[in-house]
Write a protein that binds this ligand. Structure first.
Ligand SMILES: [Zn+2]
Ligand SMILES: [Zn+2]
Length: 154
């Protein structure tokens, strides 16, 4: 068996069933990755033997250390990001801004960096490394980097 680098080991663990299950529970991919790195570094368990319980226990430790709530570990709904602090009567503008923001954001709330060739959906670099598109569930086989054109370029 080939020796894997640290990054490769974490990538492999990200693709494991327990990690994918954490995504369906709406845990943020960055948080899952952080938990995997911590588990891997402390050599609690062989990467291939990792379970849902191993990851959830690590989340509990992280929550205690950082005084996080469960919500802090989960994906923020991108649609709600702008709902605070906006005066009433600006609903239409708010809708437009939210629609634009959604197009520039991955389903997990991070900035878009790649497009999946299969379904053409946009996603961040963390989600592009997972096996399935988090918007439609189709396989991610090849991705292309995307770039947004700046409105002013002087
Ligand atoms: Zn993402
Ligand atoms: Zn898709």
């Amino acid at each position: 068996m080939m020796e894997q680098t640290f990054e490769q080991s974490i990538d492999t663990m990200m693709k494991s069933n327990p990690s994918q299950y954490m995504l369906t529970l709406k845990y943020h991919p960055r948080i899952i990755r952080k938990a995997l790195e911590r588990i891997y570094r402390r050599k609690i368990i062989d990467p291939e033997n990792i379970t849902n319980v191993t990851i959830l226990q690590e989340f509990e430790i992280m929550k205690k250390e950082e005084s996080f709530s469960d919500d802090d570990l989960k994906m923020k709904n991108p649609n709600n990001v702008l709902n605070e602090g906006m005066p009433k009567g600006m609903d239409e503008l708010r809708q437009k801004i939210m629609a634009m923001r959604r197009k520039m954001q991955c389903e997990c709330g991070d900035q878009v960096a790649y497009a999946n060739r299969g379904c053409h959906h946009l996603m961040c670099s963390t989600c592009a490394a997972s096996p399935d598109c988090n918007r439609c569930g189709s396989n991610i086989t090849e991705v292309d980097p995307v770039e947004f054109v700046r409105s002013s370029n002087s």
